[in-house]
Design a protein around this ligand. Structure first.
Ligand SMILES: Cc1cc2nc3c(=O)[nH]c(=O)nc-3n(C[C@H](O)[C@H](O)[C@H](O)COP(=O)(O)OP(=O)(O)OC[C@H]3O[C@@H](n4cnc5c(N)ncnc54)[C@H](O)[C@@H]3O)c2cc1C
Length: 430
């Protein structure tokens, strides 16, 4: 394998069995990766893929590991209902972190491991800025977000990541290709099950003066106000989340439902000081984890008019202190992220608290909601999320990867996980 940086050190192999999630018992179904490669360019990615194909090894691409859906986790063969064991290789893209800014076309050509906030800092020096980015931007990578089909800051105006890349390059066992237009659907949100993204062209824009406003409003009024103007971003913090935020940040925000709007328009009402304070802390939604210590989370996307009823249902259902934040998205939808701090060291209680996440998903589905992403944990929901594209993408996957070597068990349901989550939604949480 030439001189591609590689590790099979046990500690590192152990560390790479983790992402940001910490779901109880899951570790029993995971294994150590066998080898970790850190390719420096596309040719090295191809070399690794060629070797994996020859050896019948499975391949998991990994960016910064900040996703909480298990998309980067190595699953035991037995948990995939496979009874002969296969070697598992991880492709860690963090050395492929370069990017090039095309000022005239307002496009950045990014290597897969480029970190969003590194890009933003360089763009700002040229009077440009990202149109959208995740709140994990200080560490998460370009390809990781594309493979998760994320939405984030700016998605109110500019939509999700699929609408903000013009083209990607992808490596699979047959070579490298450039993909654009409607074919992006075979890769965006597919968690590397259909190929390794080696390059992405991301749209950017000119920096504009931004104002931040805060309003204390119930969710139905907040949803209405957000879509009245052409705003850039909007974040809703319910009262429960503001309380958790005050405790974990040591702030003294008014403990009321609060909407923050970031906009280029001047608004006649709204608290600008509070708006700015909320904006400045947008990167740290998970800080509430320290209150557990540990966190149970649920993340579902709902039509804006279903959100008030969904939040009400959550408030009735969840007895422990909890809170939700909502990033509004183009097309009158909101990504609702609910946090329940829970002590990870108290195993039984922590495991039981995870039922609330499944209950939240079940409730969201009844209200025309969908899970935010699929990864490993929610592969049982892929038909719901991918809708009419599901069969077509599955056929495509079978064609390009008939032995299911590319990130098996993710997105396309297979083995124990979809069964557990599927049954969990129906039975365990009654
Ligand atoms: C504090 C915090 C805030 C967050 N905020 C947001 C947010 O605002 N919006 C949002 O959508 N998410 C958010 N997330 C979730 C997560 O950060 C994002 O999904 C992020 O973009 C994932 O990037 P990553 O580099 O960490 O990818 P990873 O977690 O490493 O990987 C994610 C998936 O992509 C696949 N993948 C990685 N690289 C490649 C590649 N080169 N080719 C193909 N597949 C690949 C992996 O196999 C995996 O399935 C947040 C997480 C945290 C911890």
């Amino acid at each position: 394998m030439g001189d591609i940086p590689k590790s099979d050190w046990k500690v590192q192999r152990y560390l790479y069995t983790r992402d940001i999630s910490s779901a109880p018992l899951i570790t029993l179904l995971l294994k150590y990766v066998d080898e970790i490669y850190q390719p420096r360019n596309e040719e090295e990615v191809m070399e690794i893929l060629k070797m994996a194909k020859q050896e019948g090894a499975t391949v998991i691409p990994r960016g910064a590991g900040t996703s909480g859906y298990g998309g980067v986790l190595p699953v035991k063969d037995i948990a995939l209902f496979r009874f002969s064991s296969r070697k598992t290789i991880m492709i860690d893209t963090t050395r492929m972190d370069s990017f090039e800014i095309n000022e005239d076309e307002q496009i950045v050509e990014c290597s897969p491991g480029a970190v969003w906030w590194d890009i933003e800092k360089k763009l700002n020096k040229k009077g440009l800025t990202l149109r959208i980015y995740p709140t994990s931007a200080p560490s998460s990578t370009v390809a990781g977000w594309i493979a998760q089909n994320g939405t984030g800051v700016g998605s109110l105006k500019y939509g999700g990541i699929a609408e903000n890349v013009t083209k990607i390059r992808v490596a699979d066992f047959n070579g490298v290709k450039e993909v654009e237009g409607k074919d992006l659907k075979y890769y965006v949100g597919m968690c590397g099950t259909t190929g390794i993204i080696t390059k992405a062209w991301v749209k950017v824009k000119e920096v504009e003066d931004m104002h931040y406003y805060a309003f204390h409003l119930p969710p139905h009024k907040a949803g209405k106000l957000v879509y009245e103007g052409e705003h850039y971003a909007a974040l809703y913090l319910d009262e429960g989340y503001v309380k958790l935020k005050n405790q974990s940040f040591g702030t003294n925000l008014p403990e009321k439902d609060t909407l923050m709007i970031a906009t280029t328009e001047k608004m006649s009402e709204g608290d600008e000081e509070l708006g700015e304070e909320i904006w400045e802390t947008r990167f740290y939604p998970m800080r509430v984890r320290k209150l557990g210590p540990g966190l149970v989370a649920a993340e579902n996307v709902l039509p804006v008019d279903s959100i008030p009823a969904y939040l009400n249902a959550l408030h009735r259902m969840v007895k422990q202190p909890n809170g939700s934040e909502i990033w509004y998205v183009k097309g009158k939808k909101g990504a609702v992220l609910t946090f329940i701090p829970s002590d990870e060291r108290k195993f039984l209680n922590y495991a039981l608290t995870w039922r609330q996440s499944l209950r939240a998903l079940r409730t969201a589905k009844k209200m025309r909601g969908v899970p935010y992403s699929l990864g490993l944990y929610l592969s049982c929901e892929s038909k719901l999320l991918l809708k009419q594209d599901y069969e077509e993408i599955r056929e495509f996957k079978k064609k390009i990867d008939p032995e299911d070597l590319l990130n098996p068990g993710k997105v396309f349901p297979k083995g124990v996980f979809p069964l557990i989550i599927g049954i969990g939604q129906k039975v365990v949480i009654l």
